[in-house]
Ligand binder design. Sequence first.
Ligand SMILES: CC(C)(COP(=O)(O)OP(=O)(O)OC[C@H]1O[C@@H](n2cnc3c(N)ncnc32)[C@H](O)[C@@H]1OP(=O)(O)O)[C@@H](O)C(=O)NCCC(=O)NCCS
Length: 162
Amino acid sequence: MTADPPVRLALAEDADDIAAMSRELIERGLPWTWRASRVLRAIQAADTNVAVARVDSELIGFGIMEYLEADAYLALFAVRTARQRQGIGSLLLGWLEESARAAGAERIRVEARRDNVAARSFYNELGYHEVAIRRGRYSDGVDGVVLEKWLRIRPAPDAGSP
Ligand SMILES: CC(C)(COP(=O)(O)OP(=O)(O)OC[C@H]1O[C@@H](n2cnc3c(N)ncnc32)[C@H](O)[C@@H]1OP(=O)(O)O)[C@@H](O)C(=O)NCCC(=O)NCCS
Protein backbone atom coordinates (compact mmCIF):
# COMPACT_ATOMS: atom_id res chain seq x y z
CA MET A 1 0.00 0.00 0.00
CA THR A 2 1.33 3.48 -0.86
CA ALA A 3 1.01 6.27 1.68
CA ASP A 4 -1.10 9.31 0.80
CA PRO A 5 1.00 12.20 -0.53
CA PRO A 6 1.19 15.14 1.88
CA VAL A 7 -1.06 18.11 1.15
CA ARG A 8 0.08 21.58 2.22
CA LEU A 9 -0.49 25.25 1.49
CA ALA A 10 1.37 26.37 -1.63
CA LEU A 11 4.49 28.49 -1.42
CA ALA A 12 5.64 31.12 -3.91
CA GLU A 13 7.95 28.58 -5.57
CA ASP A 14 4.94 26.38 -6.46
CA ALA A 15 3.44 29.05 -8.73
CA ASP A 16 5.27 28.09 -11.96
CA ASP A 17 4.33 24.40 -11.70
CA ILE A 18 0.70 25.18 -10.88
CA ALA A 19 0.42 27.56 -13.85
CA ALA A 20 2.00 24.96 -16.16
CA MET A 21 -0.39 22.26 -14.95
CA SER A 22 -3.36 24.56 -15.39
CA ARG A 23 -2.34 25.26 -18.96
CA GLU A 24 -1.87 21.57 -19.72
CA LEU A 25 -4.91 20.10 -17.99
CA ILE A 26 -7.52 22.85 -17.59
CA GLU A 27 -6.87 25.63 -20.08
CA ARG A 28 -5.62 23.45 -22.94
CA GLY A 29 -6.76 25.01 -26.22
CA LEU A 30 -8.15 28.05 -24.38
CA PRO A 31 -6.53 31.38 -23.54
CA TRP A 32 -4.01 30.81 -20.71
CA THR A 33 -5.44 32.97 -17.92
CA TRP A 34 -3.82 31.31 -14.88
CA ARG A 35 -0.21 32.29 -15.52
CA ALA A 36 2.39 32.16 -12.76
CA SER A 37 1.88 35.81 -11.76
CA ARG A 38 -1.85 35.26 -11.17
CA VAL A 39 -1.21 32.02 -9.28
CA LEU A 40 1.34 33.83 -7.13
CA ARG A 41 -1.23 36.53 -6.29
CA ALA A 42 -3.65 33.77 -5.26
CA ILE A 43 -0.98 32.14 -3.05
CA GLN A 44 -0.39 35.48 -1.34
CA ALA A 45 -4.08 36.52 -1.04
CA ALA A 46 -5.63 36.41 2.42
CA ASP A 47 -9.01 35.23 1.10
CA THR A 48 -7.62 32.35 -1.01
CA ASN A 49 -6.23 28.92 -0.14
CA VAL A 50 -3.91 27.26 -2.63
CA ALA A 51 -3.21 23.62 -1.75
CA VAL A 52 -0.61 21.38 -3.36
CA ALA A 53 0.40 17.72 -3.21
CA ARG A 54 3.97 16.89 -4.19
CA VAL A 55 5.76 13.56 -4.42
CA ASP A 56 9.54 13.53 -4.74
CA SER A 57 9.41 17.24 -5.59
CA GLU A 58 7.00 16.67 -8.48
CA LEU A 59 3.69 18.56 -8.30
CA ILE A 60 0.98 15.91 -8.65
CA GLY A 61 -2.10 17.97 -7.82
CA PHE A 62 -3.32 21.35 -6.67
CA GLY A 63 -6.48 23.29 -5.87
CA ILE A 64 -7.25 27.00 -5.56
CA MET A 65 -10.16 27.94 -3.33
CA GLU A 66 -11.41 31.50 -2.88
CA TYR A 67 -13.57 32.64 0.02
CA LEU A 68 -16.47 34.97 -0.63
CA GLU A 69 -18.33 35.57 2.65
CA ALA A 70 -20.27 32.34 3.42
CA ASP A 71 -19.38 30.78 0.08
CA ALA A 72 -16.12 29.23 -1.02
CA TYR A 73 -15.37 28.96 -4.71
CA LEU A 74 -13.10 26.28 -6.12
CA ALA A 75 -11.48 28.25 -8.90
CA LEU A 76 -8.96 25.73 -10.23
CA PHE A 77 -8.32 22.08 -9.50
CA ALA A 78 -6.28 19.34 -11.17
CA VAL A 79 -4.37 16.12 -10.66
CA ARG A 80 -1.50 15.14 -12.98
CA THR A 81 -2.75 12.70 -15.63
CA ALA A 82 -0.45 9.84 -14.64
CA ARG A 83 -1.65 10.13 -11.03
CA GLN A 84 -5.40 10.27 -11.67
CA ARG A 85 -7.82 7.65 -10.29
CA GLN A 86 -5.57 7.05 -7.27
CA GLY A 87 -7.61 9.06 -4.78
CA ILE A 88 -5.38 12.15 -4.92
CA GLY A 89 -8.17 14.45 -6.10
CA SER A 90 -10.38 13.20 -3.24
CA LEU A 91 -7.56 13.79 -0.76
CA LEU A 92 -6.85 17.33 -2.00
CA LEU A 93 -10.50 18.32 -2.14
CA GLY A 94 -11.10 16.86 1.32
CA TRP A 95 -8.23 19.00 2.63
CA LEU A 96 -9.65 22.13 1.00
CA GLU A 97 -13.14 21.36 2.33
CA GLU A 98 -11.79 21.01 5.88
CA SER A 99 -10.04 24.37 5.52
CA ALA A 100 -13.23 25.94 4.18
CA ARG A 101 -15.22 24.53 7.11
CA ALA A 102 -12.65 25.85 9.56
CA ALA A 103 -12.87 29.28 7.88
CA GLY A 104 -16.65 29.28 8.42
CA ALA A 105 -17.73 28.68 4.82
CA GLU A 106 -21.21 27.21 4.46
CA ARG A 107 -21.13 26.15 0.84
CA ILE A 108 -18.57 25.34 -1.85
CA ARG A 109 -19.27 26.14 -5.47
CA VAL A 110 -17.35 24.98 -8.51
CA GLU A 111 -17.91 25.15 -12.24
CA ALA A 112 -16.96 22.48 -14.77
CA ARG A 113 -17.20 22.31 -18.53
CA ARG A 114 -20.29 20.43 -19.54
CA ASP A 115 -18.15 18.08 -21.66
CA ASN A 116 -15.79 17.32 -18.76
CA VAL A 117 -17.24 13.94 -17.80
CA ALA A 118 -14.32 13.11 -15.47
CA ALA A 119 -14.72 16.29 -13.41
CA ARG A 120 -18.52 16.08 -13.22
CA SER A 121 -18.33 12.42 -12.11
CA PHE A 122 -15.63 13.29 -9.60
CA TYR A 123 -17.58 16.16 -8.02
CA ASN A 124 -20.83 14.15 -8.03
CA GLU A 125 -19.01 11.30 -6.29
CA LEU A 126 -17.76 13.73 -3.64
CA GLY A 127 -21.23 15.06 -2.85
CA TYR A 128 -21.52 18.04 -5.21
CA HIS A 129 -24.87 18.63 -6.91
CA GLU A 130 -25.34 20.17 -10.32
CA VAL A 131 -27.49 23.26 -9.84
CA ALA A 132 -27.26 25.29 -13.06
CA ILE A 133 -26.09 25.30 -16.65
CA ARG A 134 -24.36 28.44 -17.96
CA ARG A 135 -24.79 28.57 -21.71
CA GLY A 136 -21.64 29.24 -23.73
CA ARG A 137 -19.67 29.96 -20.56
CA TYR A 138 -16.26 29.06 -22.00
CA SER A 139 -14.46 30.91 -24.77
CA ASP A 140 -14.85 27.94 -27.15
CA GLY A 141 -18.64 28.04 -26.69
CA VAL A 142 -18.94 25.04 -24.35
CA ASP A 143 -21.54 25.31 -21.57
CA GLY A 144 -20.53 25.43 -17.90
CA VAL A 145 -22.15 23.33 -15.17
CA VAL A 146 -22.33 24.89 -11.71
CA LEU A 147 -22.00 22.43 -8.84
CA GLU A 148 -22.34 23.04 -5.13
CA LYS A 149 -21.90 21.25 -1.84
CA TRP A 150 -23.28 22.43 1.49
CA LEU A 151 -20.81 22.05 4.34
CA ARG A 152 -23.40 22.67 7.07
CA ILE A 153 -26.93 21.45 7.47
CA ARG A 154 -29.22 24.27 6.52
CA PRO A 155 -31.92 25.09 9.10
CA ALA A 156 -35.34 23.89 7.92
CA PRO A 157 -37.52 26.72 6.60
CA ASP A 158 -39.84 28.08 9.26
CA ALA A 159 -43.06 26.08 8.99
CA GLY A 160 -44.95 28.87 10.74
CA SER A 161 -47.14 28.67 13.82
CA PRO A 162 -49.97 26.15 13.96
C1 LIG B 1 -11.25 15.57 -12.07
C2 LIG B 1 -9.93 15.16 -11.44
C3 LIG B 1 -9.41 16.29 -10.56
C4 LIG B 1 -10.15 13.90 -10.55
O1 LIG B 1 -8.95 13.63 -9.82
P1 LIG B 1 -8.56 12.13 -9.38
O2 LIG B 1 -7.36 12.20 -8.50
O3 LIG B 1 -8.45 11.27 -10.58
O4 LIG B 1 -9.84 11.70 -8.54
P2 LIG B 1 -10.01 10.46 -7.54
O5 LIG B 1 -9.02 9.40 -7.87
O6 LIG B 1 -10.00 10.98 -6.14
O7 LIG B 1 -11.48 9.95 -7.95
C5 LIG B 1 -12.56 9.83 -7.00
C6 LIG B 1 -13.78 9.32 -7.76
O8 LIG B 1 -14.22 10.31 -8.72
C7 LIG B 1 -14.76 9.64 -9.88
N1 LIG B 1 -13.90 9.88 -11.04
C8 LIG B 1 -12.68 10.43 -11.06
N2 LIG B 1 -12.20 10.50 -12.33
C9 LIG B 1 -13.16 9.95 -13.12
C10 LIG B 1 -13.24 9.70 -14.52
N3 LIG B 1 -12.24 10.01 -15.36
N4 LIG B 1 -14.36 9.12 -15.00
C11 LIG B 1 -15.37 8.78 -14.17
N5 LIG B 1 -15.35 8.98 -12.82
C12 LIG B 1 -14.25 9.55 -12.30
C13 LIG B 1 -14.71 8.14 -9.54
O9 LIG B 1 -15.93 7.79 -8.89
C14 LIG B 1 -13.53 8.08 -8.57
O10 LIG B 1 -13.56 6.92 -7.74
P3 LIG B 1 -12.95 5.53 -8.33
O11 LIG B 1 -11.63 5.82 -8.96
O12 LIG B 1 -12.85 4.68 -7.09
O13 LIG B 1 -13.97 5.03 -9.32
C15 LIG B 1 -8.89 14.78 -12.54
O14 LIG B 1 -9.50 13.91 -13.48
C16 LIG B 1 -8.32 15.98 -13.28
O15 LIG B 1 -7.39 16.63 -12.81
N6 LIG B 1 -8.82 16.27 -14.48
C17 LIG B 1 -8.24 17.32 -15.34
C18 LIG B 1 -8.44 18.71 -14.78
C19 LIG B 1 -9.89 19.00 -14.49
O16 LIG B 1 -10.77 18.66 -15.28
N7 LIG B 1 -10.13 19.67 -13.35
C20 LIG B 1 -11.45 20.02 -12.91
C21 LIG B 1 -11.81 21.33 -13.49
S1 LIG B 1 -13.40 21.87 -12.86
